[in-house]
Design a protein around this ligand. Structure first.
Ligand code: FAD
Ligand code: NAP
Length: 535
């Protein structure tokens, strides 16, 4: 006999926890299933040294409860991983969420029973749970990826992945450490590990654009300003902002601004720190010539920071527009390459050949290492969804349906898979936004949708084929009005060998996206088929 619920939610990060809270308010029976031993998702797994958010703390937090946002105190402009994890734990305690969560349990399959209009959800513990609604809160960046490098299993030292970091931490003192990758995770980790390790060798395939975070203790007057105006500021983020984050969006184009004014604008934003730099002009991600002005500015900063011109040269990205691979924020990243114990290995000129029992070989040279850190990223957006063997109507496998790339309606539901919802999945703004903001928008929409279905005795909801086709085309079309598809990024699936090259998130803006989703709901779920008895 399987246990039966109104809803099963998979994942207990920001998304799964808020989903549980909202469904409980409707008195639904809910079970959350989480592979980790506790809540936190990203912030549970990514415990690497230096891990922190790069959306300001006052904005990278839940907005759904005024008391919660008034009571919580963030200590820094950008919160570090331990503080974010404490915050998520506090939310779980405050709303008594853990009692409905099965930890240390992984969902391996989910199958739709069409006549019953219910999902059968299988776990690695051999249980099968039955639920009307199956909600994938599995995370857009949670399927960590270790590349297939020959010899990996022969390595005699320790290996780590940034997204599966030991809870007890790692002591790198006196060790010869290698880091593979130079994305956001590596860029945060490298300066911290460099201070501990005897030597640090950074293996870089593609250099990244990184901006100074200028993290600092949270200024009391800044916190006070936010807390005094939280409802209005959150509303502004929802209604007006393209990323769900309040930035200083410019109305000017770089193209129509004089060289001196442009340089001043970049300099002012560089000095303040943060991703606000990328909003200096409204055409930076639309016009290559404008983009070049920002890229040149950052490259000049790299060259003045890094003492060795050859190392500086290798650290300068040249083959994609700035911002089209996820922009990084750092604290002393480029400065770290001036340290005598840090070496950069450029895998473009010295290709990675193999991991050996004692280290790593690149370009014919052996690098002796005691520990290797894989900062090699994720199978983003689709990885954690397709890791589960999901079968919809007629036994259709999601893996087959998405063989050429993800297809869904509003990034929320898939034709052929009734009552299966994805939170911040492909086709939604997700990773192009303040993700907590996008999570709240998805969860609120979904909770309202479920209330509507129950109120109208609807057993199953499913997107129509034409609505899905139109949305997939819209997502593609909007992406191709920007410079984004020109980079071989994880947004395009380019980091995973064999993954279809499709721009995965929706780039139309969180404000526009919210209006589209609200309009669909207001029009009795336009584009969806609602079935009163089964499907
Ligand atoms: P997650 O936090 O990824 O949670 C998903 C959970 O689902 C995980 O705990 C996982 O164990 C569980 N799970 C997955 N599959 C299964 C399964 N089959 N069975 C059981 N459990 C499963 N976003 C920002 O907006 N700003 C930032 O500054 C920022 N910084 C980031 C830094 C790092 C290092 C990383 C990796 C991501 C960052 N992100 C950031 C994105 C971040 O993922 C989101 O902000 C947010 O935390 C996602 O929450 P979530 O609940 O959707 O997913
Ligand atoms: P990532 O951006 O995908 O970076 C992975 C790095 O590993 C890249 O430099 C990549 O090089 C390299 N790599 C992968 N496979 C390799 C191989 N076989 N050989 C050599 N190098 C290889 O992953 P991430 O740094 O974990 O970041 C992922 C996302 O998580 C970010 O973009 C961001 O959205 C989020 N994040 C945010 C923060 C934050 O500041 N708040 C911090 C960490 C993560 P190529 O570029 O050549 O593929």
């Amino acid at each position: 006999m399987s246990e039966s619920f109104d809803a099963v939610v998979i994942g207990a990060g920001f998304a799964g926890l808020y989903m549980l809270h909202r469904l409980r308010q409707q008195k639904l029976s809910v079970r959350v299933i989480e592979a980790g031993h506790d809540v936190g998702g990203t912030w549970y797994w990514n415990r690497y040294p230096g891990a922190r958010c790069d959306v300001e703390s006052m904005q990278y937090s839940y907005s759904f409860d005024e008391d919660l946002q008034q009571d919580w105190h963030w200590s820094e402009r950008y919160a570090g991983q331990p503080e974010i994890l404490r915050y998520i734990g506090h939310v779980a305690d405050r709303f008594d969420l853990r009692r409905d969560i099965a930890f240390s349990t992984r969902v391996i399959g989910a199958e739709y029973d069409e006549p019953a209009a219910r999902w059968a959800i299988r776990t690695d513990k051999g249980e099968v749970l039955s639920a009307r609604f199956c909600i994938m809160a599995t995370g857009a960046l949670s399927a960590a990826r270790v590349p297939d490098i020959p010899g990996l299993s022969d390595f005699g030292g320790q290996t780590y992945h940034t997204a599966d970091w030991p809870q007890a931490g790692v002591d790198f003192n006196g060790l010869r450490v290698g880091v593979i990758g130079t994305g956001s995770s590596a860029i945060q980790l490298i300066p911290v590990v460099a201070e501990q390790a005897a030597t640090l060798t950074v293996f870089q395939r593609t250099p990244n654009f990184s901006l100074p975070a200028r993290n600092e203790p949270l200024a009391p007057d800044y916190e006070q300003h936010w807390k005094a105006n939280y409802p209005a500021l959150r509303q502004r983020a929802r209604q007006e902002m393209r990323s769900g984050t309040i930035y200083d969006y410019s109305t000017r184009t770089a193209r129509d601004t004089s060289d001196d004014e442009r340089a001043d604008e970049f300099e002012a934003r560089w000095s303040k720190g943060g991703a606000n730099f990328m909003h200096a002009f409204k055409d930076l991600l639309l016009d290559k010539a404008s983009n070049d002005t920002a890229a040149d500015f950052v490259r000049a900063k790299i060259r003045t920071t890094v003492h060795d011109p050859a190392v500086a040269d290798a650290l300068c990205p040249t083959d994609y527009p700035i911002g089209t691979k996820r922009i990084c924020l750092d604290t002393n990243y480029f400065e770290t390459f001036n340290r005598s114990n840090v070496t950069l290995v450029n895998l473009r000129t010295a290709p990675l050949e193999a991991i050996t029992p004692t280290g790593l070989r690149a370009g014919g040279q052996e690098h002796t290492l005691d520990a290797i850190v894989f900062a090699t990223g994720f199978d983003a957006l689709t990885g954690s969804l397709l890791a589960v063997d999901i079968k919809g109507k007629g036994g259709l496998a999601l893996r087959d349906k998405w063989a050429e790339g993800p297809r869904n309606y509003l990034g929320l539901m898939v034709h052929g898979f009734p009552n299966l919802f994805t939170i911040t999945g492909p086709g939604s703004p997700s990773v192009l936004s303040n993700v907590v903001h996008s999570i709240e928008q998805h969860v609120d929409w979904l909770a309202n949708c479920i209330a509507y279905l129950r109120g109208n005795a609807v057993a199953a909801i499913e997107p129509q084929q034409e609505a899905e086709d139109r949305w997939v085309e819209h997502v593609r079309e909007v992406a191709h009005t920007t410079l984004y598809p020109s980079a071989a990024s994880w947004y395009m699936g380019a980091n995973i060998p064999g993954k279809p090259r499709v721009f995965l998130p929706y780039i139309g803006g969180t404000n526009t996206y919210r209006r589209i989703c609200d309009d669909v709901a207001a029009n009795h779920y336009k584009g969806f088929t609602l079935a009163r008895t089964g499907s």
